[in-house]
Design a protein around this ligand. Structure first.
Ligand code: SAM
Length: 258
């Protein structure tokens, strides 16, 4: 039957290379059906042919299913633990850190990191790797321009030091931008680099099935050096941490055993 859910996800993958089987089905199905209703599309077959021909609709649909919301210093108390406890701990054994922000959306997370690292004069082995599935959010991230509302999450002293006002908006200075390498990367399909001291993957896996999450956490564990730390989102937990050789060093921070 060429018009059921399985048919849709297969054809959507051919079009977008995005594998929707890895995402929680009820949530995803609801989001897709509500999008189709609001666009007055009667069935999956028609929807796929529209997605192929209407670039605007395709873009809107991607925005709808990837959920790109982000904030500077999201969950400020966890960033404080990162700054005061986790990073100093990592620097006990290494003079330079290798860092990845996975699922970085429009860049608030890697820019928050860059500011924190600058303030603490932390050296990096390389630029912060900041990746996402979605090219469009990465293009915004690379521009580094944020509305005054988005910039509210930036401490005023940091805003003054690392951003320039541009009309109603704020633009990240080059010294910040030069610390980050934005790159498209699909966590479900692409290879992971190795030897990270710190990986942030926050508010990304919430949409994945339990099986996908487990596989992903294993790959993150493999991508870290012994002693490396994984920083996750405030609604997340790694149930099989021990099995993966990870131990919780603070809530939402998991360290790879040395
Ligand atoms: C809610 S945002 C999280 C942004 C940031 N990490 C934060 O916590 O504020 C989730 C991001 O995950 C990305 N994402 C979803 N599936 C992905 C995948 N398979 N590979 C890489 N990124 C993915 C989305 O495009 C979106 O930008």
């Amino acid at each position: 039957m060429p018009d059921n859910w399985e048919w849709f996800i297969k054809n959507f993958e051919l079009l977008s290379h995005i594998d929707l089987t890895a995402y929680k089905r009820p949530q995803m199905e609801r989001r897709i059906n509500s999008f189709m209703r609001s666009a007055s599309v009667p069935d999956y077959k028609e929807f796929i042919s529209l997605l192929k021909t209407d670039a605007n609709l395709y873009r809107k649909f991607l925005d709808h299913i990837t959920i790109n919301v982000s904030e500077f210093f999201r969950n400020a108390n966890h960033w404080e633990i990162l700054e005061k406890q986790v990073i100093p701990g990592l620097l006990k054994n290494r003079s330079e850190l290798k860092i990845w922000s996975a699922g970085c959306s429009t860049g608030e997370e890697p820019y928050s990191l860059a500011m924190m690292l600058k303030e603490n004069r932390v050296n990096l082995t390389d630029k912060i790797l900041a990746t996402d599935l979605d090219q469009e959010v990465l293009a915004k991230a690379a521009q580094g321009i944020y509305t005054a509302k988005a910039a509210q999450g930036i401490p005023p002293a940091y805003l003054a030091r690392y951003f320039t006002a541009q009309g109603e908006n704020y633009q990240a200075k080059d010294e910040l931008k030069n610390m980050i390498k934005f790159q498209r990367h699909d966590l479900l399909k692409d290879n992971f680099n190795k030897d990270f001291d710190l990986i942030l993957c926050r508010n990304v896996v919430i949409y994945f099935t339990e099986e996908t999450k487990s596989k992903l956490y294993r790959r993150f564990a493999d991508a870290m050096r012994p002693g490396g730390v994984l920083f996750i989102g405030s609604t997340e937990q790694i149930f099989q941490a021990r099995e993966l050789g990870l131990k919780s060093v603070a809530t939402f921070f998991y360290q790879k055993e040395s």
